[in-house]
Design a protein around this ligand. Structure first.
Ligand SMILES: NC(=O)c1ccc[n+]([C@@H]2O[C@H](COP(=O)([O-])OP(=O)(O)OC[C@H]3O[C@@H](n4cnc5c(N)ncnc54)[C@H](O)[C@@H]3O)[C@@H](O)[C@H]2O)c1
Length: 271
């Protein structure tokens, strides 16, 4: 299968790796030549790492199927992983829709409305294909469909994802889809419990790990994702779904102080 990945950052490089490692041809499209080169290098590093770990037999052969030129007219799948912004996603998918007239147009957005992105595009070809970081490792793909999508395109993408070893869940286009909505709800409640002095951050996390068999507590996960990122998602969900997603004052205060989690060295835990 010929695929196009638009955006070669954290997620785009991972999606390209996954497709290449499964024998697909990938054209990586970036904003300019310098960033295309950086994207190629990121894919190369990722493939080499998989080979060193014994998870990929031939990184060289996989990398040989990557190009950065013109979008192929016979591409069957386009996945965009450009920054989280509706007009930008519409622009890059609109360009790809014309260049690749037979391709399904998938967005890797983690929160934006698929119907909003599909507006002005051939909507029957547009859907959400939400990967998780790091893409080659994480098992889940959340397929998001809006009303106008052709079910045959959803079925095609499900098949490709499953052939690449992923487990697919299907979700109707709604704020936060299934994963972010539930994950943020638990994360916000855990922060409110710290705020109210119910228990320490460490004890809340230990409670969920040992009592509920979670691999990681909700506060450690918030530190890993970034408190600023989780705040932005909670604000988006509160605006769309109502006050039950209103971020706690403690989260706003920590973000204002620059305590963003692992990336800043301090969040609910010290890193
Ligand atoms: N980082 C995560 O954990 C994660 C997880 C799931 C989904 N997502 C979603 O994936 C998308 C990308 O996130 P990311 O973390 O990879 O971002 P990133 O900033 O690492 O990468 C974005 C890339 O898009 C490129 N880009 C910008 N404008 C472009 C254009 N016009 N044409 C082509 N490329 C362009 C940038 O140069 C950059 O390389 C976002 O929608 C994000 O919400 C991210």
């Amino acid at each position: 299968m010929k695929a196009v990945v638009i955006g070669g950052g954290t997620m785009g490089a991972g999606i390209a790796h996954l497709l290449l490692a499964n024998g697909h041809d990938v054209t990586l499209s970036e904003a300019d030549a310098e960033r295309a080169e950086q994207g190629r290098a990121a894919v190369r590093r990722s493939l080499d790492k998989a080979r060193e770990k014994g998870k990929l037999a031939d990184a060289e052969a996989a990398f040989a199927k990557l190009s950065t030129g013109e979008l192929p007219a016979d591409a069957e799948l386009v996945v965009e992983a450009v920054p989280e912004n509706v007009p930008l996603k519409q622009e890059v998918l609109g360009f790809a829709a014309e260049k690749c007239p037979g391709a399904v147009l998938a967005s890797n957005t983690s929160s934006l409305s698929i119907a909003d992105i599909a507006a002005g595009l051939p909507g029957e070809r547009v859907l959400g294909m939400h990967f998780f970081n790091p893409v080659p490792v994480q098992q889940l793909v959340e397929l998001v469909h809006h009303e106008g999508v052709d079910p045959a395109n959803v079925a095609k993408v499900r098949t490709w994802a499953e052939q690449m070893g992923k487990t697919v869940i299907e979700v109707r286009d709604s704020p936060g889809f299934a994963t972010s909505r539930l994950g943020v709800a638990v994360g916000m409640e855990a922060i409110r419990m710290v705020e109210e002095g119910v228990a320490s951050a460490a004890d809340i996390d230990t409670g969920m790990k040992l009592g509920y068999r979670w691999p990681m507590g909700p506060l450690e996960l918030t530190d890993l994702v970034g408190l600023d990122v989780r705040l932005a998602i909670a604000e988006h969900l509160a605006a769309r779904l109502g006050p039950r997603f209103e971020p706690p004052a403690l989260l706003r205060d920590k973000v204002a102080r620059g305590e963003l989690g692992k990336k800043s060295g301090q969040g609910f835990f010290t890193w």
